[in-house]
Design a protein around this ligand. Structure first.
Ligand SMILES: Cc1cc2nc3c(=O)[nH]c(=O)nc-3n(C[C@H](O)[C@H](O)[C@H](O)COP(=O)(O)OP(=O)(O)OC[C@H]3O[C@@H](n4cnc5c(N)ncnc54)[C@H](O)[C@@H]3O)c2cc1C
Length: 453
């Protein structure tokens, strides 16, 4: 194509389609490429925390959650052995934060439609194969292979946004990221079943690793079961594990539905990644979404981070009079990389720290006991989980308090537990150290950044 676009977006997934929908009404000329624009059936991105819902509304796109049979989510419940705690997102009636459970594919189609209804957005169905770089080292667009004809073509743009998801082909050219697989999630759908806490997300702690569930439509519940390790579990192992290690902990009201879903065997298996954001600045290009940064999905924080990034990058770009000043585009991209880091610190640390804590017997008991105390011990952690409290000092404070609470409980009247308490402190240190190193900046530690929400 000879025409030059303002922006070329590689990947019309949660990040790419949303930034197109946010920018398109402002008459920015956008090329939106994806391998397929058909509706996907995926087990990812089905629970939006209130932080994601809020950011979507702030971008003027809140209406895209209507008409897809999405279910309000009022908070989170923790179930451990015979006990359970349900913590609402709203402490009292002064706020009305809601999460939302939904079919990701349906929601994504609505976002894409919203972007494509603007004449300034052109859809290209095909696979992006290569970034185009000029002699000055500036990215000037992308080569792609058209889906129907298999012909290779080029798209030229002043800024190329690479949002091609967790298996990103382009991140190696634009970042120094190291990706690791923490575990796998096996997903099943239970139909017509009653959750212990209606319209709540549930985390079950009694098994050797956590599993979770939440409503995704008026008659469906998504169940995600964690399989630790970096190799995908095989089907016979999955079935055996579900029967022996999950079924005993499924509440009575869901048991028949669980047995039915296991016997139908429609499992989907997905790897869970951790990848800290380490962008390399390259003029003419920018990374967005999972291509830049990933965390464990236990806390449902992915879309909160994606929408937050979309809003930060989109707002910086909207502050430019046009796309004719390449130096100004470079500045805006650098400002986005700077601002997004602080915005996503809590989402990233919490996701991986909580996953590790909930896979560790002593720390898991401790977190349950701590939250069960109620008051600030419950409401501040849930505001972090919800993506509403982005202040890392609050997260660090509660992390330390959970560990100390566990140590105190162990030592209470039983000094012989001293080695166990030391072990707990050491495990907690091993969990938080790499995350703090990757995610916390010196300015944040010194309290120089302002966190508003
Ligand atoms: C098991 C699991 C469960 C999760 N559950 C939740 C949850 O409940 N809540 C939550 O907030 N987050 C969740 N997440 C995370 C969340 O789904 C992701 O953070 C989010 O989908 C990332 O959006 P994205 O646009 O970067 O990637 P995607 O949504 O994956 O989009 C990438 C797009 O790029 C396209 N593409 C890729 N390569 C090319 C190419 N070469 N050319 C053209 N197009 C290309 C793909 O077709 C796709 O449409 C979960 C993640 C996992 C693994």
């Amino acid at each position: 194509m000879n025409e030059e676009f303002d922006i070329c977006i590689i990947g019309a997934g949660m990040a790419g389609a949303t930034i197109a929908a946010y920018l398109a009404p402002k008459d920015i000329k956008i090329a939106l490429i994806d391998r397929s624009f058909s509706e996907k059936s995926r087990i990812v991105g089905e629970l939006l925390q209130p932080g994601a819902v809020e950011t979507l509304s702030q971008m003027g796109l809140g209406h895209l959650l209507d008409g897809i049979d999405g279910q309000n989510v009022f908070g989170y419940a923790l179930l451990h052995e015979k006990e359970s705690i349900a913590i609402p997102y709203n402490r009292d009636t002064s706020t009305n934060y809601l999460g939302m459970g939904l079919h990701n594919g349906r929601f994504l189609q609505k976002i894409r439609e919203s972007a494509l209804e603007n004449a300034s957005v052109i859809q290209f169905e095909g696979t992006a194969t290569e970034l185009i770089e000029n002699q000055k080292g500036v990215i000037t667009g992308v080569k792609y292979k058209e889906k129907t004809t298999r012909i290779s073509r080029e798209i030229n743009a002043k800024l190329t946004i690479t949002s091609d998801g967790f298996f990103s082909h382009f991140r190696k050219a634009l970042s120094n990221n190291k990706k690791s697989v923490t575990s796998f999630f096996v997903g099943l759908v239970l139909t017509d079943c009653a959750l212990p806490f209606s319209n709540f997300g549930h985390v079950f702690l009694s098994g050797s690793t956590p599993f979770l569930c939440y409503p995704i439509s008026s008659n469906e519940v998504r169940l995600l079961i964690d399989f630790p390790g970096d190799t995908a579990p095989k089907r016979p192992f999955i079935i055996k594990y579900l029967k022996n290690n999950v079924e005993p902990y499924i509440p009575d009201g869901m048991k028949d539905n669980f047995i039915q879903a296991v016997s139908e065997g429609n499992f989907k298996v997905m790897p869970n990644h951790y990848m800290a954001a380490k962008p390399l600045f390259k003029p003419g290009a920018v990374l967005l979404g999972d291509a830049l940064n990933m965390r464990h999905p236990l806390t449902g924080g992915g879309i909160t981070a994606v929408f937050s990034d979309v809003k930060i990058l989109g707002t910086h770009l909207l502050n430019m009079p046009n796309f004719n000043d390449s130096k100004l585009i470079e500045q805006k991209v650098q400002m986005y990389y700077r601002d997004r880091k602080n915005a996503n610190t809590n989402v990233n640390i919490l996701a991986n720290a909580l996953y590790e804590v909930m896979s560790n017997d002593s720390l898991k008991d401790s977190v349950f006991h701590y939250i069960n105390q109620g008051g600030k011990c419950a409401f501040e952690p849930i505001s972090i989980l919800a993506g509403l409290n982005r202040n890392p000092n609050t997260l660090i404070k509660h992390f330390i308090a959970v560990v100390l609470c566990g140590v105190k409980k162990l030592l209470k009247g039983k000094i012989t537990n001293f080695p166990k308490a030391l072990r707990m402190l050491w495990d907690a240190f091993k969990i938080i150290k790499p995350l703090a190193k990757n995610e916390l900046s010196l300015a944040t530690v010194l309290g120089l950044n302002k966190h508003k929400h």
